[in-house]
Design a protein around this ligand. Sequence first.
Ligand code: NAP
Length: 299
Amino acid sequence: MKVLLLTHPMPAAPYGLALLEALPEVTAVEYTPALTDAELAQVDAVLAWSFPPGLVPRLKGLRWVCAVSAGVDKLLVPELPPGVPVSRIVDPEQCQGIAQFVVLMALRHARQLPLYDRQARERDWSRHPVAAVRAQVAVLGRGAMGSAVASMLAAVGFEVRSWSRSSGESLEEVLGGADFVVCALPLTPQTEGLLDARRFARMKRGAYLINIARGAHVVEADLVAAVREGQLSGAALDVQRREPLPADDPLWTVEGITITPHIAAQSSVATICEQFIEGLRRLQQGEPPPRQIDRMKGY
Ligand SMILES: NC(=O)c1ccc[n+]([C@@H]2O[C@H](COP(=O)([O-])OP(=O)(O)OC[C@H]3O[C@@H](n4cnc5c(N)ncnc54)[C@H](OP(=O)(O)O)[C@@H]3O)[C@@H](O)[C@H]2O)c1
């Protein structure tokens, strides 16, 4: 069996070593543009974050795609044959990390820490009214990430309402009641651009957005306008449409918008290897790989 490692921007070597140790009979190859059609045609499985353009049709023997992440949006390219199963990493520790990040950002905003940091630099000891402790949070997505986020927010005292495709509620209604909106949705054609000017207008004046999902859920120009105009009090964006976010992007310049470089939480190499190796073993035994996403739904 041959596997192709497309873990860029993370180095492939640790994955190759783990595979060599666990499954010495498997040949692991790091992707380079120099690989020939004949070499690529022998690949059974890939571990990938995304595909370089034109690669997928050259993987003529492909039997399994495993994402190196929880999200698979970059892998569901039209050229991928419909019968090839796609799996993802499901990592409870990563979910906890995401939840901690969201709680941190929500409390930081609720307790006005950016304001007190600014004041402290000016030796200003002014006090302001403390915001309601039981702020309402709408969590969009009730999957692995959204559920962990909702539980941890509730544990520190927020009132949480979760929303998803199957929850049967209208998004507008859920948004309208929230002081904080957390996006924990997968990126699909249905969720791309979901958070736009129309949705921001439906939120409470002064609501705060936290996005730990994918940048393309947000229409960023609309967000910039909504924060500048005061309809939203700000946003914490761990993900952006263009990553790395270019230096001239307006998102950097808006007071109240916090940018972090897609670091809310990462899975460890050990967990990714463990789940990939488990899938390869199943493939060797002719069994379906674990943690498959539904290719029709896109998550
Ligand atoms: N920032 C980071 O470092 C980081 C790390 C990990 C993951 N992520 C992102 O987080 C995303 C979510 O991960 P997850 O593990 O929670 O995914 P998941 O377990 O697949 O859950 C997805 C949730 O979204 C809901 N959903 C999907 N499409 C919808 C739609 N059109 N309308 C309403 N709800 C919809 C699903 O609804 P149903 O329950 O009704 O099916 C489900 O509740 C990933 O796809 C990834 O992009 C980011």
